[in-house]
Design a protein around this ligand. Structure first.
Ligand SMILES: Nc1ncnc2c1ncn2[C@@H]1O[C@H](COP(=O)(O)OP(=O)(O)OP(=O)(O)O)[C@@H](O)[C@H]1O
Ligand SMILES: [Mg+2]
Length: 246
């Protein structure tokens, strides 16, 4: 077990109940996919795990109960929109270097080595450190966002719609890259997407969310062959255009 989520509730000012008692386990080394329609609470859940949203109720327990800094090193997030998640005022070097505030003992030389390594991992050239986000395409920016997340050698990566804004071919490249990275770096993924096709490709375990609740949590094949909740059946039908027997 790497992360245990217990009974998370969050109602936003204005009365939107974004999380309505969410419990979920993320096991070490697994790739857990989370699907559900727009507005069902997926990003709120990710942000609550990261400590960016304060839940009204419930807890997030990370393996070994690390302190805040160690948690921030171990658990990293990639956001949906690579145009807003990378600050246009910062060079690639500054963007990657920012993560190293979590690694205070690292020397400048070690930091540079780490930067080159993560650029290699996301298949970007090493000589882009002095360039700025606007000089890159959406797909390249998302690679940079992934590189930034890898800077602290995390054990858990939360990917919130990390490929959703990209065209299908770029999406495919990045999904393949993510699969490869997970193997090589032995990371755990929490892969959030409204796209059931992408989740089916990438995730062995799938959770389905609607209206702030998890309504299904099972192995991929189980979810696709024997979905237990009507909402899951509706999602599958919408995504693949076929009927699943109840
Ligand atoms: N800061 C906020 N203030 C008020 N309401 C919010 C806030 N953030 C999200 N909400 C509302 O909470 C609900 C859940 O939003 P959330 O962003 O978690 O959904 P989501 O599943 O990530 O959607 P999407 O697939 O579109 O990214 C929505 O109804 C949304 O309008
Ligand atoms: Mg979202």
């Amino acid at each position: 077990m790497i992360l245990r989520i217990e009974g998370l509730c969050k109602t936003y000012p204005g009365g939107v109940k974004a999380l309505d008692g969410v419990s979920l386990d993320i096991r070490a080394g697994e790739n857990l996919g989370l699907v559900g329609e727009s507005g069902c609470g997926k990003t709120t859940l990710a942000r609550a795990i990261m400590g960016l949203v304060a839940p009204d109720k419930g807890t997030v327990i990370f393996h070994g109960h690390p302190g805040r800094r160690e948690f921030c090193r171990q658990v990293r997030m990639v956001f949906q929109d690579p145009f807003s998640s990378l600050d246009p005022r910062y060079s690639v070097r500054a963007i990657l270097n920012e993560a190293l505030r979590l690694e205070p003992r690292m020397t400048t030389g070690e930091g540079l080595t780490r930067m080159r390594r993560v650029l290699d991992l996301v298949r970007m050239p090493r000589d882009i450190l002095s360039r700025y986000p606007h000089e890159f395409s959406g797909g390249e920016r998302q690679r940079l966002a992934i590189a930034r997340a890898l800077m602290t050698e995390p054990s858990l990566l939360i990917l919130d719609e990390a490929v959703s804004s990209l065209d299908v071919l770029v999406q495919k490249d990045i999904v393949l890259m993510l699969e490869d990275l997970q193997q090589r770096l032995r990371m755990t993924y929490f892969f959030i997407s409204h796209n059931l096709r992408v989740v089916r490709r990438l995730s062995r375990k799938i959770a389905v969310m609607t209206g702030g609740r998890i309504v299904e949590y099972a192995d991929r094949d189980e979810v696709f062959n024997r979905p237990s909740h009507p909402y899951t059946r509706a999602l599958i039908q919408a995504a693949f255009n076929y009927e699943v027997a109840p």
